[in-house]
Design a protein around this ligand. Structure first.
Ligand SMILES: [Zn+2]
Length: 341
């Protein structure tokens, strides 16, 4: 903290002009930006005003909380974790303290926070058909639990359950596989791209072998251009990725979908640890030209989580929650009026 304070005066330049956050959407919010070592930041006072949070935010050491009547946004200074209405959302850059105020990265506001806080601003595509993608299959078994549970089997079981709940809500469903067969990642995305699907939901289970401790649920969506994936080596080097992927045309929808699905999972399964909405450039979410997410529904490498996952009623609850998330997303994509998750 001290080191940063010494740097600030020479390091920051407040941009004079107020201009819309760079992006295509016509209704992107306009903020004054503060430039710091190659990054643009937004002052918390502007952020609070724009998103309708109470003007007096709460700061407890490194923990900052913004409140409004129906929403809460928490984050840590010098950390990348944030929570929107209690759901963990990983940021690209750490918020910073600066001259008795706080700066939040413009990239994070534009690419991660704004899509959730103004979900109604996402370009809409009515959801009629959902493609479900059970990870792995055939010779590709995926990961394996301590009790011998094969990821490819659990994902197929989960896909059938998710399909059941999604159909009950009146949507059509498609699957990238219905049997224990190998389907390449390219074929999965091509199946989606050639189909009527309006969204793509890939189902996986996690492993941290040989570490048996990590547990919890993660929902991934595609890393936007210029950002670093949540767990990447490039992130540690402070580098973003600059290739535009087909899935990047849905940056806003991807984030909304990932957020509402993670939110519904945590609501339905309070025992599940929230590992957050994360970014990655996994093949199936970058090559699929539909709003897409990839859910890691728990760690088969954690013996107690594996045991829970082996319980069919737990899987049913998880599947119902994923379907609820997709339904919520569909409602946001088909509104006559403004809605927010
Ligand atoms: Zn997997």
């Amino acid at each position: 903290m001290m080191r940063f304070r010494l740097l600030t005066s020479a390091f920051f330049v407040v941009a004079a002009a107020s201009y819309p956050l760079s992006g295509d959407a016509a209704d992107e919010p306009a903020f004054n930006t503060v430039h710091a070592g190659g990054r643009n930041y937004i002052n918390i006072a502007d952020f609070v005003r724009y998103y309708g949070f109470d003007r007096n935010w709460q700061q407890n050491d490194q923990d900052v909380t913004l409140r409004a009547k129906y929403r809460k946004f928490q984050f840590k200074l010098n950390g990348r974790e944030s929570w929107i209405n209690g759901v963990r959302v990983w940021l690209n850059d750490s918020p910073l303290e600066y001259r008795n105020s706080i700066l939040i990265s413009e990239t994070d506001v534009r690419k991660t926070l704004d899509p959730v806080l103004r979900a109604w601003a996402a370009p809409r595509r009515k959801v009629r058909t959902v493609m479900i993608d059970p990870g792995h299959g055939g010779e590709d078994q995926g990961t394996q639990g301590y009790r011998g549970t094969l990821e490819k089997r659990v994902t197929l079981d989960m896909a059938a359950r998710v399909e059941k709940f999604i159909r009950r809500s009146g949507f059509e469903t498609l699957m990238t596989r219905r049997t224990d067969t190998y389907v390449s990642l390219e074929d999965r995305s091509q199946l989606a791209n050639a189909s009527e699907a309006d969204v793509f939901v890939s189902l996986h289970f996690n492993s941290a072998k040989p570490n048996p401790l990590p547990k919890g649920v993660e929902t991934y969506c595609l890393t936007p251009v210029g950002l670093a994936s949540t767990g990447s080596i490039r992130r540690q080097l402070g580098m973003g990725g600059f290739d535009e992927e087909p899935g990047n045309q849905f940056d806003r929808q991807n984030m909304v979908l990932a957020y509402v699905v993670q939110q519904k999972i945590l609501k339905a399964l309070p025992e599940a640890e929230d590992r957050g909405v994360r970014r990655a450039r996994f093949f199936v979410i970058k090559a699929t030209e539909r709003p897409s997410i990839l859910i890691e529904g728990g760690f088969l490498s954690n013996p107690s989580e594996e045991k829970r996952i082996l319980n069919p009623s737990y899987r049913d609850k998880l599947a119902a929650a994923i379907a609820e998330g997709v339904k919520r997303y569909a409602a946001l994509m088909d509104p006559p009026v403004k809605k927010s998750p």
